[in-house]
Design a protein around this ligand. Structure first.
Ligand code: PMP
Ligand code: GLN
Length: 416
């Protein structure tokens, strides 16, 4: 049953209502809730369960990068950073894109430093989309997308990732239906949170072709660009033929270097699009964290730290996946990110929300229902994708090995 925000108690009118509606933050009794990550982290704290819900590492990034931040504070980088970011970081981002992907960028006009990827996403949507425009995303989608699309007053259209024996894959037919003359932006995420899918060359080519055909801008959320496993390869859309001129790429130091709290992100692309986003961004935060920006500039020059993290994460993924399978879940092995999706249906759990709320009691572990990353239909009821993925739960493996071993041991209780 759907709940209308108009029934939502004594709250004031305003755009926040669209944000709450779009991101499913309305409780069943007219209460307004926090994000699913906040809810599940609170549940873990309250019950003492192991928190495999919210995706943040339990080991901070390299000590030498921390020292760079301390040095930068001591060197006096404590007042406002320039609105587009400190020059060493803009140069480091441009160097990184050239070195890793062969993309040539002018650090002065084609790179914008932001307060995490989250601000880059919000500023981009506010800058480039508005009422009457459609923004296409994959579904499930990261929660801030729906919220930012609602802030912009644009319409959210989704293309499902469908569970197949080869993992969660793009529904090509749905892509063809979704992208059209009203599409202003295709907002992609690969490697993908929550499914761990790394879009393959054919999927990326299909998306690029649809964007070119309908003259849409492609915005790519690449925060997990370095966290890919096995033989999976992350290919930035901007490297595909004819795409550099219509693509904005977003990334962040949070995931790459295990400093999620520093909130240093960046956006790259054609100067005209970056200028449009900068115009909005400077009135959101203006700028933030100059010392952290300097530290990330140093970190980005080093390709070894992300590589080491990806290698250790792949081993931790294997540990958690094996434990989930042993506990009776059906597991879709992720090719990237911090996350694995497990299906509770074989254990008799049809509803991931219900399972997640009971999991601290049942097994002393916390996860996040995948349907929290899905939208609603026109009546406010769960979307077809939410229904298709209702029994799935996302767990993170960006935790120390001993924590994962403990979690796996606890999850075994589900089978008994
Ligand atoms: N995009 C995706 C897909 C994410 O998973 C996250 C954070 N987990 C973000 C964006 C936000 O990044 P940041 O913390 O740099 O704002
Ligand atoms: N991105 C993190 C996740 O997916 C959470 C970030 C947040 O709490 N907003 O778990």
């Amino acid at each position: 049953m759907s709940t209308s925000l108009e029934q939502a108690g004594p709250y004031p009118p305003g755009r926040w209502r669209d944000v709450a509606r779009a991101s499913g933050l309305l409780g069943p009794t007219g209460t307004v809730t926090q994000t699913v990550f906040a809810e599940m982290t609170q549940l873990a704290t309250a019950t003492g369960a192991i928190n495999l819900g919210q995706g943040f590492p339990d080991v901070d990034g390299p000590a030498w990068v921390q020292e760079l931040a301390v040095d930068a504070i001591r060197a006096g980088h404590n007042q406002y950073a320039p609105g587009d970011g400190v020059p060493p970081l803009r140069r480091a981002v441009a160097d990184h894109q050239r070195r890793r992907y062969g993309l040539d960028l002018d650090p002065d006009t084609q790179v914008l430093v932001t307060t995490g990827a989250t601000e880059a996403i919000a500023a981009t949507l506010l800058a480039l989309a508005g009422p009457g425009d459609e923004v296409v995303t994959l579904e499930p989608f990261y929660d801030s997308y729906a919220a930012s699309i609602a802030m912009a007053g644009a319409t959210h259209v989704t293309v499902p990732l469908v569970a197949t024996p080869a993992g969660f894959r793009l529904d090509r037919e749905a892509l063809r239906r979704a992208v059209g003359p009203r599409t202003r932006i295709v907002l992609l995420n690969s490697p993908h949170n929550p499914t761990g899918t790394v879009l393959d060359a054919d999927e990326l080519a299909a998306i690029a072709a649809a964007a070119r055909e309908h003259d849409a801008i492609v915005v790519t959320d690449e925060v997990y660009e370095h966290l890919v496993f096995d033989d999976a390869r992350h290919v930035p859309v901007a490297t595909l033929p004819g795409m550099a001129q219509r693509t904005l790429a977003i990334s962040s130091a949070g995931k790459t270097f295990s400093f999620t709290g520093w909130k240093v992100g960046w956006l790259t692309g054609p100067a005209e699009l970056v200028t449009a986003v900068r115009t909005v961004k400077q009135f959101l935060t203006y700028s933030s964290g100059p010392a952290f920006q300097h530290a990330v500039a140093g970190a980005l020059a080093d390709d070894d730290a992300p590589r080491a993290l990806a290698t250790s994460l792949a081993a931790r993924r294997d540990l958690l996946c094996a434990g989930l399978v042993a506990a009776g879940f059906d597991v879709t092995v992720p090719r990237g990110t911090y996350f694995v999706v497990a299906d509770g249906a074989p254990l008799g759990f049809a509803d991931g929300w219900d399972l997640c709320r009971r999991l601290p009691d049942l097994a002393g572990v916390v996860g996040v229902p995948v349907s929290a990353f899905c939208g609603t239909d026109a009546d406010g009821d769960p979307s077809a994708t939410a229904r298709a993925l209702a029994s799935r739960v996302r767990f993170t493996f960006v935790k120390r090995e001993e924590v994962l071993r403990d979690a796996v041991g606890r999850l075994a209780a589900l089978r008994r």
